[in-house]
Write a protein that binds this ligand. Structure first.
Ligand code: GLA
Length: 390
């Protein structure tokens, strides 16, 4: 009898213990991706596998206000970035392909990518350092553009960085001789989505041989959300000169005042206002595809250099940088062949790039600020895109 009682008691106890355990399990059940995505922080997910078999990760950064950015480890590409309009409606304000294959098969427009080792063009893909000539990969007519098979097509290692704002650090080491450039170049691109709705981008690079470096970001903004073109956006640039280009978009070496030309954005002006004016430089670029030199270009301080405004949505983006210049590219080569993530195809001028940088072809133009990086030195650069409404 006693044995039976003990037996029953043991059974009840273990049932109780089991139920406690189950309850506890329920309490610590992991949140669904949807629940997590509503909170600020970072979520890591698989993005897919490239045709070469490389696994790509996607990081979703969400700030306390609900602004969200998606970044993939391929090319450090920002595939999506949301910002609120004047009614508080969050919409994606960067272009991105509807199909992953368009990222995996070369990202023809450089959508959202981290660009290196040399953003923009180097004439004939050639330059000399200390009397030695280097031949780079030529991938844009006769020139080298955005580093040849550049960082936009490479896989970065990602790390989350602890702190008040969601931050992700992406590292890529380009090999000595890669795409023709000298030196193993370790590059770190850090994206921070601050709680006051700014995207901060910090670049760092070190080399073990003298080389050239010019890093930038190639997001195409369209502040309307899903608008067809950016011609109705108002752009302002604190830049009193620009670099005229030849027929292959290489700077001629002249620094030309913008006053009285279609290139004058010193006071805010609609992108579409003068884009079709009869002008030799606009003809060469097929629109705006030029480097503007900031009036205040002799500083390494982070300062306000321009802004972009979309009146209908009220979205306003301010640009801050430590760089001396900016490539404003009005999306002239977008040709209606790629599916848009908001439906339909991306047409000519459906987005614009504001690529902060040193001057194109600087390695061949001794009068331009130097882009040479030597062993023992550290390349640093910072750009902030700050979002608000007006
Ligand atoms: C840069 C160039 C443009 C174009 C785009 C990519 O911004 O300046 O001419 O090549 O990249 O399409």
């Amino acid at each position: 009898m006693k044995k039976i009682k003990i037996g029953i008691c043991l059974l009840m106890c273990s049932a109780l213990l089991f139920s406690c355990k189950t309850d506890k399990k329920e309490e610590t059940m992991p949140e669904t991706t949807e629940q997590q995505a509503k909170k600020s922080g970072i979520i890591k997910a698989d993005y897919g596998t490239t045709p070469d078999g490389a696994k790509i990760e996607k990081y979703t950064l969400t700030n306390e206000k609900g602004m969200k950015m998606e970044v993939i480890t391929l090319g450090g590409i920002i595939t999506s970035l949301t910002a609120p309009d004047k009614d508080g409606k969050y919409e994606d304000i960067v272009l991105g392909y509807a199909k992953k294959e368009d990222y995996f098969n070369g990202n023809p427009y450089f959508f959202g990518a981290a660009i290196g080792r040399y953003g923009n063009r180097i004439a004939k893909g050639k330059f000399s350092l200390d009397g030695k000539q280097y031949q780079l990969t030529v991938n844009d007519g006769p020139n080298s553009l955005h580093g040849g098979k550049g960082f936009d097509k490479r896989i970065f290692t990602a790390e989350e960085v602890a702190g008040a704002n969601p931050t992700i650090r992406l590292t890529y080491t380009a090999k000595d001789g890669e795409e023709g450039y000298p030196g193993n170049l370790k590059t770190i691109v850090t994206y921070t989505l601050t709680n006051d709705n700014a995207l901060e981008i910090d670049y760092e690079a070190v080399t073990d041989k003298k080389t050239v470096v010019n890093l930038t970001q190639h997001s195409y903004f369209n502040l309307s959300g899903a608008g067809k073109t950016i011609l109705d956006h108002e752009l302002q640039l604190n830049a009193d000169r620009m670099l005229p280009v030849d027929a292959t978009l290489i700077p001629t070496g002249e620094l030309k005042p913008v006053a009285g030309t279609p290139f004058d954005f010193t006071t805010a002006k609609q992108v579409g206002k003068d884009i079709n004016a009869t002008d030799d430089q606009l003809k060469k670029g097929g629109g705006y595809d030029h480097c503007w030199v900031f009036t205040d270009n002799n500083t390494k301080d982070l300062r306000h250099v321009g802004s972009l405004y979309h009146k209908t949505s009220g979205r306003y983006m301010e640009v801050y940088t430590t760089e001396p210049a900016i490539q404003f590219y009005s999306g002239n080569f977008i040709d209606g062949t790629k599916d848009s993530k908001t439906g339909g195809k991306y047409e000519k001028r459906s987005g614009l790039c504001l690529e902060t940088q040193h001057y194109p072809d600087a390695p061949n133009q001794p009068k331009f600020p130097t882009t040479v990086l030597s062993p023992g030195e550290k390349y640093t650069s910072k750009t902030t895109y700050k979002f608000s409404v007006k």
